[in-house]
Write a protein of this length. Sequence first.
Length: 304
Amino acid sequence: MHIVILSRQEALYSTRALSAAARERGHEVRVLDTLQFDIRVSRRNPELLYQGEPVGSVDAVIPRIGASITYFGLAVVRQFEMMGVYCLNESQAIARSRDKLRCLQLLSRHDIGLPPTVYTRQAEHVPDCIEQVEGPPVVVKLLQGTQGIGVVLAESTMAASSVIEAFHGLEQNILIQKFIKEANGSDIRALVVGRKVVAAMRRQAVAGEFRSNIHRGGTAKKVRLPAESRHTALAAARCLGLTVAGVDLIESDEGPMVMEVNSSPGLEGIQKTTDVDVAAAIIEHIERAVRLHPDPEKGEKQAS
């Protein structure tokens, strides 16, 4: 197969791991910078140019799109879709996961555990919103934050009001979320590929910190998920339409709750923690999917 990995940096661990796994299985791999594409739209002839030249033969695309280039990245993925190329995660699914509020709204329609959350733009509503999520304390989150950035624990109503006022002053949208005290600064990252959780790790925040992200100094260890947590992770990915997802779960007195669903999960932490070759599992899934993916030129199933 001819596989394209959309990534700004070829040297990133996840990009290198996916490239190596694909090459080991005999595939041709190109890592292409998402921002170097030109999109040509014309009647019945969608085209993509890379650095001014036709992109050439592509059987499958692995989107690794950073949050800062979501709009253009999604446009590139959509164009590959228009050209009939199999995309590991589809553009609409990525868009759903990138908007934290939309993600929670979609998950709330299903029987999936979620921390009580409120979205507001009115400063005078903040005290009532805090009561609605059983605070204080409460967690205040930027809708566009990543890796724990833009996530604040507000211990009092006054503190929450100050944080929210500051974010709104910067024209940022925020969520007010219940603080799950019994989690004790711990969460679980479940890596979903297709219809399986292929790896899972428990992350623990450092002393004095409630965010468990490894980027923020948290530690991690391999964990075997209970059936309920596995079901919740799979249901969350399926609800958003994601084939590959990093689902962050928090354990509460009411059962597992989904904190976030990441459409471009980093592979370094979970592969090194669990010794599971997640990259190989992703390539194996692509092989199966492309065999079943319709070829728009031939009107039949492609062979890998």
